[in-house]
Ligand binder design. Structure first.
Ligand code: CP
Length: 305
């Protein structure tokens, strides 16, 4: 089933039917990846524009395109692009769209993805717009949760850490909200609580959620989604230092519990390394799922799946 949109800027675009279709294509891509790849996207070019740091998103988009036989062109860091000279996001899209068949962009400004998609002459994917959205991360998170737990309906999800600036939890909340009887426990210091754009969505949809400052409140969940406190979004560095390690998940917290631990990564201390060997520690499997998910999205947006 083709997606009913040409660009991906936000998970709010997705219906449950759309996400189910994406999950199905991602599942098929597991076989393609296991065989080492295919030539499905031969002669197609992805432009990966990363104006903010990234390891996983950028490299998994590049891997996904190359595993499908396509090629990648890149631009890094605002200071090395013509945006530094004052070129607008809109002009950048009009230019890069002459070179590439599809564009993925990460940019520090919230809303930059909508501006880009409004003019982009080829399919556009938001690879993270400041504290706004990170839809492809949320789709791979959804895929990971279903793979780890066997289903998406009826789950209790605890989200922990920087829920204010953490774009991955914003995007994931909108997707999980499409599933039946999903409930949330939102654990954050009062300075970093989930923004109203998400909590008002929960209220509109009658989705059950509780807010707490206490990590223990999340330990009864099926999935605990840890996040990094986003240093780069703080104006007050002392506040960042005070909050950065408010929540540290340790193996002792998880003893005798069948809880799946996710994190979009990078982690900077929020999950102790003694969690890594536990069966529920799924964050490195989550990384691998990013490749099949991005293979699926590239193929679907280019009309090949
Ligand atoms: N999860 C994620 O977005 O990681 P990167 O910042 O390394 O791309």
């Amino acid at each position: 089933m083709p997606l009913p949109f040409r660009h991906i800027t936000s998970t709010k675009q997705f219906t449950r039917e759309d996400t189910d279709a994406v999950l199905k294509v991602a599942e098929k891509m597991e076989n393609v990846l296991a065989k080492g790849g295919s030539d499905l996207l031969k002669n197609k070019i992805l432009a990966a524009l990363f104006y903010e740091p990234s390891t996983r998103t950028r490299l998994s988009f590049e891997t996904a395109m190359q595993r499908l036989g396509g090629q990648v062109i890149t631009a890094d860091g605002l200071q090395f692009s013509s945006m530094y000279k004052g070129e607008t996001i809109e002009d950048t899209m009009m230019v890069v769209g002459q070179y590439a068949d599809i564009i993925a962009m990460r940019h520090p400004e919230q809303g930059s993805a909508d501006r880009a998609a409004a003019v982009c002459p080829v399919p556009f994917i938001n690879a993270g717009d400041g504290p706004g959205q990170h839809p492809t991360q949320a789709l791979l998170d959804l895929y990971t949760i279903r793979k780890e737990r066997g289903s998406l309906d009826g789950l209790h999800i605890a989200m922990v850490g920087d829920l204010k600036f953490g774009r991955t939890v914003h995007s994931l909340s909108f997707l999980l909200g499409l599933y039946r009887d999903v409930r949330f426990t939102l654990i954050a210091p009062k300075e970093l609580t989930m923004p109203p754009k998400v909590t008002s969505f929960f209220k509109e949809k009658n989705i059950v959620f509780a807010e707490s400052e206490n990590l223990e409140q999340g330990l009864g969940a099926d999935v605990i989604y840890m996040t990094r406190v986003q240093k780069e979004r703080f104006e007050n560095k002392e506040e960042y230092e005070r909050l950065k390690l408010k929540y540290v998940l340790k193996a002792d917290h998880l003893r005798n519990r069948k809880i799946t631990v996710l994190h979009p990564l990078p982690r900077v201390g929020e999950i102790a390394t003694d969690v890594d060997p536990l069966p529920g520690a799924a964050y490195f499997r989550q990384v691998r799922n990013g490749v099949v998910m991005r293979m699926a999205l590239l193929a679907m947006l280019l009309g090949k799946a």
